[in-house]
Ligand binder design. Sequence first.
Ligand code: ADP
Ligand code: MG
Length: 594
Amino acid sequence: GLPAEKYQYQAEVSRLMDLIVNSLYSNKEVFLRELVSNASDALDKLRFLSVTEPDLLKDAVDLDIRIQTDKDNGIITITDTGIGMTRQELVDCLGTIAQSGTAKFLKALKESKDAGADSNLIGQFGVGFYSAFLVSERVEVSTKSPKSDKQYVWEGEANSSSYTIREETDPSKHIPRGTRLTLYLKRDDKGFAHPERIQRLVQNYSQFVSFPIYTWQEKGYTKEVEVDEDPAEAKKDDQDEKTEPKKKKTKTVVEKYWDWELTNETQPLWLRNPKEVTTEEYNEFHKKTFNEYLEPLASSHFTTEGEVEFRSVLYVPSIAPTAKDDIVNPKTKNIRLYVKRVFISDDFDGELFPRYLSFIKGVVDSNDLPLNVSREILQESRIVRIMRKRLVRKAFDMILGITMSENRDDYARFWENFGKHLKLGCIEDRENHKRIAPLLRFFSSQSEEDMISFDEYVENMKPDQKDIYYIAADSVTSAKNAPFLEKLVEKDIEVLFLVDPIDEVAIQNLKSYKEKNFVDISKEDLDLGDKNEEKEKEIKQEFGQTCEWIKKRLGDKVASVQISSRLSTSPCVLASGKFGWSANMERLMKAQTV
Ligand code: ADP
Ligand code: MG
């Protein structure tokens, strides 16, 4: 055949390979998880495409992964019957980085350096194909895509800046479809080529892969074989068992042979009975499915029946994945949609969850959607709309569950990471106000350290108090020092402190909670129900001229100057008009126009 062609890696790839090898040195075994997960992805892609093109399956019907070891020579081969790669795809996929897992790894590596995390943590990330070089001297990727009639071999070596691609011309090495990886292990890593070790790693790292993984194992069975009698034994027997009838001598031997052994459990977790799944298994599934390294804050496993049937496992992760201000990116790949167990897509843009809930992770498996569901179908589908409604409800139940957790820190943690998302929900999702409101938390004049809920506020209201009072400010300190607060503090009325810029807009969208209106105490006509009309009239007469004089001096700078009963120790205060913006809103608007 043609000689192998040589290519240079994209510069980032070489750097990434160095990084992987150096930072995962003590956690080399992740290579198997990565390569098996690639095989599983390739099988998913093929299964998905075969729904509309059944012909794709004809070269190899079984969708599986097979791992064989040669311990004498230190070689591992991993073969899948997935989608394979064309020559061009080999160059694009294995010579450049544009892939999710590796990008995430780089980011995590950077962050963990700052935070001083250990390399074991990093091992939890998807680091991708190049992790093969953690243990391999040389890697061969022989692959056959159904799009091409030729099979190609990609070959790379550890510590090299180039790789080669050639056509596979040896017919004995041909595969019908998919990819065969051959790892030639480094001298010190040849121990990975032991069948029992591979078996343990698969069970440990890949138990949630939904395709069968077979490993090549030595097996044995016992059988009885007749043996020639040993003369000495025969003599002894004669003495011991005189009365026993004479019988032929047999011996138990173990016959050894090699065969494929199914090594993982292929029943997807979400199809199992929730009563039989342990918290550890849910946590494990979360880690493996989403390449997460932290335990989730909550999970929910349910089946819905009736109009639309689907099964789902949802999670609330314990940290926001991106910078806190990046909450409007709904394209998180957090929801994996399956139709009849076939993976369809994780590329959603608000179809299954509104964007403010895009931090929820999970799998959803429906029997009611067509297998060849397209993005357009998803967007138009009535079934999807119903699913979305249910999913959102379940997500809120799950979050409410965190508020009831024995560990109070859990909700504090949730709020710190996702409070902003819920506030965004107040603005964007009127329909779910009733579900969002009980989850909100604010500081208050009577609780400056621990945030309180509206329910706690309501509980603490004065018998004749009708409204929920709040003040918006840029910090608890400035809220606390606001002159508007004096009267209320004096009367021992609690006031919520809205110190996050989005708070005020969120609350204004809610309008009320349990029929109690939200009232901004900095607005002009605050009525605390203690008006003394007689006295006010007197004061107005006495100070009317003073007010006019002040207004004249200030001119257009203020709308009006009025006598107020709202203060107890400060002489005067700047208030917002009833229909105007609050001072905080003005600050916000200014900030936005800059
Ligand atoms: P990721 O899996 O996050 O995309 P990897 O580095 O693990 O990143 O893999 C890079 C790409 O190489 C994959 O996206 C895929 O396109 C291709 N690839 C790797 N292994 C296989 C395989 N067994 N079959 C088909 N394609 C593969
Ligand atoms: Mg991968």
